[in-house]
Design a protein. Structure first.
Length: 402
């Protein structure tokens, strides 16, 4: 089957399935094809999600089935040691790993300390390991969401709440300090707008302390917010004025429905762009701004959008930025958009995959979101499914012709 021609400006084609799935054996490819064909059926995703939740609630023996299907596609393992196989598998194709401890829904001091300790272990794992270019954490993993919401709303804290907030700040600082000591770059993930100001401040505090010589701490900018492009420019001005480097991870945003609903229910201005086109416009403006200000900004494009990736590499060509410039990275989720990740890596660009891990039962919310994202939209087959199908057909034709 003929493949699409590469962009004449960059020479990189995201339709080249022979590169995208080169690391998969025929057996692995068929298994992936089967999984995405199942996820491509809207009714089946809804039904499967319901029965998995019910089975886990009733403690039925479904863990093995989950682990060999959804979990195996989108997660690296149940702990760091189990992720080693995935780390090495990606490294063979010059794709880095970002270990992402994806346990959700726990909200007490013991859990916060446990999560902080686990993230610390991912930093240690990344130290002096070229296969693991970044660590990452969510502030809500190491501190109370209601407390941060109260702080952002400007409400007065009682003494126990103030002490709890000091512990959040301490956990974040310990992680950033350890990353700096071991020379490991670390992402602070973005979250909901009603706690994001608190998260931003913690990230900038980390940058002021640890980004003086090299970018260690990266903040995440969700470009589906209509104020985010200006926030990025403001952060850049402040970094230049204070003399520290700005680490930037650009994403479109992950809390669309929650943001819309909360704004409607609480009758305040929706912080999200009115249209996807507005989001795409600001995302692309932001990546160009970052490249043009690379004297102070290091950037990671966390995106599955092919156009934005092509735009970035075109801008890099225009600005004479080498493919492997250490201050420019691309990142996608494990199990998704291999056509972007592997083709970029094959062309010499810096690429990493987010590799979630954790006990099967506790990462299920993450897996349900992946299934939801990959099902067909308005009756159209997903991009993932079509690419895998194309590669299966290409290999079949290749075998026939031999």
């Amino acid at each position: 089957m003929p493949l699409s021609v590469a962009s004449p400006k960059t020479g990189v084609s995201f339709d080249d399935t022979s590169v995208a799935f080169s690391s998969k054996s025929n057996g692995q490819l068929k298994k992936t094809y089967w999984l995405f064909s199942m996820m491509n059926q809207v009714w089946l995703v809804k039904l499967g999600t319901f029965f998995i939740k019910l089975s886990l609630l009733l403690r039925l023996p479904v863990k093995g089935l989950i682990k060999t299907t959804l979990f195996n596609q989108f997660c690296g393992g149940e702990d760091i040691k189990e992720c080693e196989k995935t780390i090495q598998y990606l490294a063979k194709s010059n794709v880095g790993t970002i270990l992402d401890y994806s346990v959700e829904g726990e909200d007490d001091e013991k859990s916060f300390d446990k999560t902080a300790n686990e993230i610390s272990l991912t930093i240690e794992k990344a130290a002096n390991n070229k296969a693991i270019p970044f660590s990452v954490f969510k502030v809500t993993g190491v501190g109370s969401t209601p407390l941060m919401e109260k702080i952002q709303a400007g409400e007065e804290l009682n003494s126990s709440e103030q002490q709890a907030f000091e512990r959040i700040k301490q956990r974040v600082d310990v992680l950033c300090k350890k990353a700096a000591e071991l020379n490991v770059k670390i992402f602070v993930d973005a979250e909901e707008s009603w706690i994001q100001n608190v998260i931003d401040q913690l990230a900038y505090d980390g940058m002021k302390k640890y980004n003086t010589q090299t970018p260690i701490v990266y903040n995440t900018f969700q470009m589906y917010r209509h104020d985010m492009l200006e926030n990025l420019k403001k952060a850049t001005r402040e970094a230049k004025a204070a003399g520290y480097l700005l680490g930037v991870k650009l994403v479109r945003g992950a809390y669309f429905e929650k943001e819309r609903l909360r704004a409607y229910e609480n009758e305040y201005q929706d912080p999200i762009h009115a249209t996807k086109e507005d989001t795409d416009r600001d995302y692309n403006k932001a990546l160009e701004f970052c490249l043009e200000n690379r004297d102070v900004i290091s950037i990671c494009l966390g995106t599955h959008n092919e156009h934005s990736c092509q735009l970035c590499i075109e801008a890099m060509e225009k600005l004479h930025i080498p493919h492997n410039d250490p201050h420019v990275w691309f990142a996608q989720l494990l199990g998704m958009s291999d056509n972007i990740s592997y083709n970029l890596a094959n062309a010499g660009y810096n690429v990493a995959k987010y590799v979630p891990y954790g006990p099967v039962e506790t990462v299920m919310p993450y897996l349900f979101r992946r299934a939801e994202e990959n099902k067909s939209i308005a009756g159209q087959s997903s991009r993932e499914y079509l690419l895998i199908k194309r590669e299966v057909e290409r290999r079949h034709q290749q075998r026939i012709s031999q």
